[in-house]
Design a protein around this ligand. Structure first.
Ligand code: PLP
Length: 422
């Protein structure tokens, strides 16, 4: 196909794109099909996908088992309201998630996006205090380098300075954002902070093991154990935002399992539906739910997104869990981890590269800075790969079905582009 399709030219006059300065952004690439690890463009080019559509498509695109579940559910019932009504896909999914998650993380609240899942977790944590008669605990403690979404409430718990929302600094609901306790000094500093402020705090909120959109920053399981300890000592809830890490990305089904830590609330989305439909879940432990179990109507969780528990989304999420049961995805993640480490190794020492790091199916090349992001994206595209560097990193988060050849083509593309001194 040559020239751009008419829907593209017309639509580009009306669509508002994400994270884009519309005046200067390159036009988005028109996609006509996706299959496995491949993205098919309208002009006939086929790209190898390095990022699984913002980390969602863990089984590869258009997986026949997911598609079959979707089509069967669409024929029966795409959606019905979740207020006063329920259905098998949502209740089965709730049971399966509660069974998969560690400890007594067992009460599942559905929504449609990651940001809303985090907002629900924040609201649950604050109301947990209110329901127990503790009115002063209205703030969330989160961490520099963190990212939890783009809504007003979630922007307020992202990194205020480094993050992409810095324009809003000072205008958002006030929470506490502190350095992550990576060593003894920062842990002691956080303890001193909590000595002063714990009475105002409802919960500690963290992305376990990897701060994703904040720059793919890794931390040790010891950090998570320290946070569990601090939460217990100061009487705070601990929320793990596993929207990025959930469903195997870091090498265990959930990142909290690597640390042997059970948070009080966990948020999931992204790979929950294997990259097919928007769905998220906020899952609470029994003692959190118990604080809402009351004769007082005011103690109920007053939240209910219109499309919560969407039957198509839940059916496809169940099908995604089937694939985790029928295929050893964790073995595939371990294999990808090895290929990423080997494939990115030659980047060490290339001009501008300050670090190469991998964890599970995540590979990161850290630059001291990227001078021309747009030019870098174009060079990667010319290599036939779909990779979206941001800020000062290039990263890979391929589907778990990616082959060694796929991963080597992705890492090879990055290496070649950086060798040319970008
Ligand atoms: N939390 C984390 C850790 C994320 O990585 C993201 C998205 O990248 C979100 C929350 C927000 O999710 P959504 O974009 O679905 O609102």
């Amino acid at each position: 196909m040559t020239g751009s399709p008419v829907w593209l030219d017309d639509g580009m006059r009306h669509v508002w794109l994400p994270y884009s300065q519309m005046k200067h952004a390159d036009p988005p690439l028109p996609v006509v099909a996706t299959e496995g690890t491949r993205i098919h463009l309208a002009d006939g080019r086929v790209l190898i996908d390095g990022i699984a559509s913002w980390w969602t498509a863990c089984h590869g695109y258009n997986h026949p088992h997911l598609r079959a579940a979707l089509e069967a559910q669409a024929a029966r019932m795409p959606h019905v309201m979740f207020g006063g009504l329920c259905h098998e896909p949502a209740l089965t999914l709730a049971t399966r998630l509660a069974t998969l998650l560690p400890g007594d993380l067992e009460r599942v609240f559905f929504a449609e996006s990651g940001s809303v899942a985090v907002e629900v977790a924040m609201k649950m944590a604050i109301q947990y205090g209110l329901n127990r008669g503790e009115r002063g605990r209205s703030k969330i403690l989160s961490f520099t380098g963190g990212y939890h979404g783009d809504t007003i409430a979630t922007m307020a718990v992202c990194d205020p300075e480094e993050g992409m929302h810095s324009l809003f600094t000072g205008l958002l609901p006030e929470h506490f954002v502190q350095p992550l306790p990576r060593d003894a000094d920062s842990l002691a500093a956080l303890e001193r902070f909590l000595d002063q402020h714990a009475g105002q705090i409802a919960a500690i909120l963290v992305e376990p093991l990897v701060q994703g959109a904040g720059g793919m920053l890794f931390h040790d399981i010891a950090v998570l154990r320290s946070l569990r300890d601090l939460a217990d000592r100061y009487g705070l809830l601990l929320i793990f935002d596993e929207i990025f890490t959930g469903f195997g990305r870091t090498g265990t089904m959930f990142a909290c399992q690597a640390a042997g830590v059970v948070p009080d609330i966990i948020t999931l989305s992204k790979a929950l539906t294997g990259g097919t439909l928007p769905l998220s879940a906020t899952i609470a432990r029994r003692h959190v739910f118990d604080a809402f179990w009351s004769d007082d109507p005011q103690a109920a969780l007053m939240h209910g997104p219109t499309y919560m528990g969407n039957a198509l989304g839940c059916a496809v999420a169940n099908a995604s869990l089937d694939l985790f049961e029928s295929h050893d995805r964790m073995a595939q993640v371990a294999a990808i981890a090895g290929w990423l480490a080997a494939g990115l190794e030659p980047c060490r020492g290339l001009p501008g590269v300050v670090d190469v790091r991998t964890l599970g199916a995540i590979g990161v090349v850290q630059m001291d800075r990227i001078n021309d992001l747009r030019a870098l994206k174009r060079l990667l595209l010319a290599e036939g790969v779909w990779i979206r560097p941001f800020r000062d990193i290039l990263y890979l988060t391929p589907a778990f079905t990616a082959t060694e050849e796929d991963v080597m083509r992705l890492t090879g593309a990055i290496t070649r582009v950086l060798e040319r001194g970008h």
